[in-house]
Design a protein around this ligand. Sequence first.
Ligand code: NDP
Length: 827
Amino acid sequence: MSVAEIFQSMAYGPAPESAAPAQEWLEAHAPALPLFINNRMVTPREATYFDSVNPATGQPLIKVAQAGTADVEDAVRAAREALKDWKRTPGHLRARYLYGLARQVQKHARLLAVLESMDNGKPIRESRDIDIPLVARHFYHHAGWAQLMDEEFPGHEPVGVVGAIIPWNFPLLMLAWKVAPALATGNTVVLKPAEFTSLTAILFCELAQRAGLPPGVLNVVTGDGQTGALLVEHPGVDKIAFTGSTEVGRLIRRATAGSGKRLSLELGGKSPFVVFDDADLDSVVEGVVDAIWFNQGQVCCAGSRLLVQEGVAPRLLERLRARMEHLRVGDPLDKAIDIGAIVAPVQLEKIRRLVEQGRAEGATPWQPSWACPTDGYFFPPTLFTDVAPASTIAQVEIFGPVIAAMTFRTKSEAVALANNTPYGLAASVWSENINMALDVARAIKAGTVWINSTNLFDAASGFGGYRESGFGREGGREGLHEYLREPWEAQGTEAAGSETLPLAANGHGEAPSSGVDATATAPLAEADGARGNGHSSDELPPLGLPAIDRTPKMFIGGKQARPDSGYSRTVLAPDGRYLGEVGEGNRKDIRNAVEAAHAASGWATATAHNRAQILYYIAENLSTRGQEFAARLATMTGQPLAEAERELEATIERLFCYGGWADKYDGSVHATPLRGLTIAAHEPIGVMGLICDDRQPLLGFVSLVAPAIAMGNTVVAVPSERYPLAATDLYQVFETSDLPPGVVNIVTGARETLARVLAEHDDVDAVWYAGPDSGARQVELASAGNMKRTWMLNRPPRDWRDPAQGQGRSFLREATQVKNIWVPYGD
Ligand code: NDP
């Protein structure tokens, strides 16, 4: 070939990376890899193994152990045992261990990279230049957090034993994303790698041994989904950190419901890659290559939907096809290839099936003219045009090198298309108009938005999804909270346990939930009977104050609303006196309230100053009617008036607290290695369902509503089932405080029934639940439908009077989600 021809074709020969050191490592461990428990390489109790296969050749590499019940038991026991010392180990020491792990990763970087490519099929260029450097970076970064723990998170405690379950697409990187923050914050870990890709996890354990990590701090049990399920169900595990498919995420949500286990889920995506007509199209083409052909498209945040402004679509697609023609698919250990092998036949089959379905549904596929190697599991880069937004390939995560292109005309159409997915993991926006790009970035519902860039990750920046892409963040300060308990929680559940906390000054216990408490759901006849028995409110003026005999309605869309059921529920004083009635809310009322809350979504874009003003105004108006509210509280709960007055004062103060916070819960700019800005913005979650318990019914209600609305959410609140009147009276205060209609909606009735409806409702984005454990379980189970975020405030139940338990940053954190916007700059 002449030099001129070489310039013409730009073809170059193979540049193979040697597999020899990795082969030696495999041979040294043949025929089978062990488990890693309590710092020892052990064989599984039952000698069951499966093959780990090289996807580029279809040949087995080595056997991997299938950990069973006894192995998982051993690993969890080791982790529990190790926890005692590890969590007391000074931050500086933990920092040294993490630093040592980072060093080990760097020293053995090439071996790790080659082994990863052999096991997973990813190009060596990617494992060598992206995966493994990011692994080291993660451990360095978190060594820093371990060092700074006492200073930055005083009084916090680790969650405990973390069960980490990871997928096959970034085996070692996902290990690092889970292990580094967990260890830095004093947790111990039992990790289950994906069955297709366990090799580097075991190599990493050897490096951990060399780094001198204490026994039991890190344990690895290999195996398939059954091993994962054993870990999920194990009572000795305090938290599950999972990355994988939404389907398995949903199973895990259900399996952990009501167990009190903490859970973070990093799930699938169908991320939009949005190109405006003023974008630099050559950069866009390279961006698309990176977005969808990086790691063969087996990336949870892959830009798999290409949304292009109509005017430039033909030009962009033409350039993209020309670029695709020059992509190289082949041996992952060849440094000159762009796309490696698909992880396993089952995944290849899934991709083929979905591509066929795309074709059958009328979309037009395009693939380069060349053929893929046939030895291993390869699939060519594929571009679909003529894609209908609702079609399968536009909606379903393919997890392969397949992109679906669609066009839009206007900015709002682009945003609508981008958000036309149940997922919300990431997005990429391309335009030379940064004003507009930032505007679009804020409007897209996703945890990460890259501007004029894509697939940028760093340990300093949290990563995680909105909506069905899961909840929780990994990386950065925001990721650390997943592994920490608040100081008041850490002080021991005993001190704040449900039994030991008085409901109110009179020491009444919490009312049982509906269905159990006959008095709370007393039918009308009984209530009338109560009146007939001479317990009419008219006859019992409490504390010399006017009788309470009104029938408050519900509050929906800024209007007082009668219950759809046509039934009312009687509210009795602790001594059985009739106090009044509230509406018996049902599914329809919740539906109306959720609709009203959605209609009030403009609240999210009101200025923080405006939201603060309204919270102060509510406090002011509540204060004006303070005596009336205190009397109502005293009558309802039976607590002395002085105690009720204290609750009222605390309520006013809480409103002030969130008026103060509304414009101060800032995001941050992360120090990532990008030449540009990585902006972590706090965004409201959307529509929240808030379910109150019976403790301090006014203060408890405001403790949930105020932080949620301060952060720009709209809410459907279910007040205390037993003492609803304090909350229903509040709507008159709202009505006079300029609160826009629909921002707060109040539905009274049976707590568990309404909680369930809220948890099942697909248009509710998050649920906070303060109630008994049985109800918490039900809410967590039902929330798996749309993977909504849940926060259980029942473990232990909170004393709303204590600011450490009843207000502060944790409420703001739970009322927001972090969006990281990456904005490179420079010419
Ligand atoms: P899974 O969600 O099944 O796997 C993730 C991890 O969970 C693996 O370690 C898996 O073990 C484990 N697991 C499986 N079942 C259970 C269970 N019941 N309880 C606990 N742990 C369990 O993903 P797959 O590997 O099966 O891939 C299926 C699809 O998921 C892919 O086609 C892709 O679309 C998507 N996916 C998405 C990822 C993402 O990051 N968004 C990552 C990986 C896959 P094992 O490997 O043995 O099955």
